[in-house]
Design a protein around this ligand. Structure first.
Ligand code: HEM
Ligand code: HEM
Length: 176
């Protein structure tokens, strides 16, 4: 069995990116539909019927994202932490996701008219910043291991140089 490494495997990385993208896009779509795409009903402005579906998708994506986060904790975070690598941008990533999980929980169970003006803001303003934070984290990680992330370098194979050998003469062959 191969030793655990900090860098994510190809499939692991794709799954993590897909989950975090779904999370962000579903949250952003809810915001767009809630604030800009309301509809006119018989008795005045109403929420767009799609709005509730974006929140349902977001709740699902949030559960998947927490699973993805858990899968990062076992090797990626544990090993990087032990070896003191990229902590400066890794720690804010952990704080960010913990904050989103805590405020998401609060939104689900404790949202009311009394906190409607500020509780959602605490959640989604930070949520919108996730792609920026993740990009900075990845760039900081790449600086740590410069040049080791390009496809060409990863795929580079040793080149065989075929050098023409001088023909072996009959007298050389005959020697013991
Ligand atoms: C929510 C938490 C985190 C997420 C979502 C996350 C995600 C990522 C991703 C996607 C990469 C790029 C991986 C690649 O190109 O193969 C990366 C790189 C890296 N991260 Fe994290 N990370 C998190 C927390 C942390 C923490 C807490 C640390 C340090 C204690 C850390 C250390 C590193 C290092 C060292 C790299 C560079 C790996 C390499 O290229 O060798 N990460 N991270
Ligand atoms: C680990 C990360 C996250 C978790 C666990 C999480 C969880 C949640 C939960 C549980 C809710 C309440 C759902 C409901 O009331 O039915 C919520 C609402 C919401 N989330 Fe997230 N979320 C996360 C990240 C994000 C991100 C990245 C965004 C980016 C835009 C975002 C935007 C929103 C929005 C706009 C709402 C609706 C706010 C409202 O009801 O006024 N969330 N989230």
């Amino acid at each position: 069995m191969s030793a655990p490494i900090i860098r994510l495997g190809h499939r692991h990385k794709r799954l993590a990116y897909a989950t975090f993208s779904l999370l962000w896009v579903s949250g952003a779509l809810w915001l767009a539909f809630h604030y800009f795409l309301g509809v006119e009903g018989d008795f005045g402005p109403e929420p767009n019927p799609l709005e509730k579906w974006w929140l349902r998708l977001h709740g699902l994506a949030a559960m998947l994202a927490l699973v993805a986060l858990g899968s990062l904790l076992t090797n990626h975070v544990r090993l990087a932490w032990q070896r003191n690598k990229n902590r400066r941008s890794g720690l804010p990533m952990l704080a960010l996701t913990a904050w989103l999980a805590a405020t998401g929980y609060a939104l689900y169970y404790f949202s009311s008219d009394a906190n409607a003006a500020w509780l959602p803001l605490l959640h989604w303003t930070v949520g919108l910043a996730v792609p920026l934070a993740l990009t900075l984290h990845i760039l900081a990680g790449r600086q740590r291991a410069p040049g080791s992330h390009t496809r060409t370098q990863r795929r580079k194979k040793p080149v065989l140089h075929l050098v023409a050998q001088p023909p072996v003469s009959a007298s050389q062959k005959a020697r013991p």
